[in-house]
Ligand binder design. Structure first.
Ligand code: IPE
Ligand code: IPE
Ligand code: MG
Length: 222
């Protein structure tokens, strides 16, 4: 059984502020950690999906400067990542409602999706303008529009991600889900880490994976 790991990458701003830097410097460093963690996961045979929370439907509330910075960073970062995805056979996929982004950014996202569509290794899903509530409402509306009966299976398939989450990690010390993969995490094992995302490492992920292996997942049975 291959694993789906989902991560709420929190703590970038605090990491930067602790060093007397601007918050956005934390996002830059955080993006480097994304590459490290993705490469690690792509080399693990038992992990087939990594879903990373990069921008929530609530993050528009941040100052314009920070939102603009994140959009620019995402655009340049995706272009830079393309050869790395191809090298590791990683398929990139965006989840969330990207129609709210500029045409330029949407085109970059679609381009990287298209150019990695043939990759058969890890799927790296970036949650962009993603919120679980928004995702569920979009899914229900699409079922109604197509006259499909709403049940657990059909709703599952209509969501941006259908594969249930096995391991949900939140860095940055907060113990909440912040509207992330609520449906898919119904039976996820949840790991909260105090490490700020820019300091998160493959070592820490390996220790979480080790702990996960010790858990007896009952799914309501015995
Ligand atoms: C998470 O780090 C990254 C995004 C939400 C884009 P934060 O920016 O939330 O960092 P903190 O939580 O303020 O430290
Ligand atoms: C969650 O972090 C969103 C992302 C990591 C992209 P936030 O920093 O936005 O969450 P809250 O506001 O602390 O709940
Ligand atoms: Mg935060």
């Amino acid at each position: 059984m291959k694993k789906h790991i989902a991560i709420i990458m929190d703590g970038n701003g605090r990491w930067a502020e602790a060093q007397g830097k601007k918050r956005v410097k934390g996002h830059e460093r955080g993006a480097e950690v994304v590459r490290e963690i993705t490469t690690f996961c792509s080399n693990q045979k038992d992990i087939d999906r990594l879903t990373l929370y990069a921008f929530s439907t609530e993050n528009w509330k941040r100052p314009k400067y920070e939102v603009d910075f994140l959009m620019k960073l995402l655009n340049s970062w995706l272009k830079k990542e393309l050869p790395v995805y191809l090298e590791n056979s990683v398929r990139f996929e965006a989840i969330g409602d990207i129609s709210a982004f500029s045409n330029n950014l949407q085109n970059t996202i679609k381009d990287v999706q298209k150019k990695t569509a043939h990759c058969t290794g890890l799927v790296q899903s970036l949650a962009l303008n993603y919120g679980s509530k928004n995702e569920i409402v979009r899914a229900v509306n699409s079922l109604i529009a197509n006259n499909i009966e709403i049940n657990e299976d059909s709703l599952d398939k209509a969501l941006d991600v259908s594969q249930s989450v096995d391991i949900l990690i939140r860095s940055g010390g907060e113990q909440r889900l912040s509207n992330y993969l609520l449906w898919q995490s119904a039976y996820a094992e949840i790991f909260f880490s105090d490490t700020l995302w820019p300091d998160f490492s493959t070592n820490e992920l390996q220790s979480i994976l080790k702990n996960f292996e010790q858990i007896h997942r009952r799914f309501g049975g015995l």
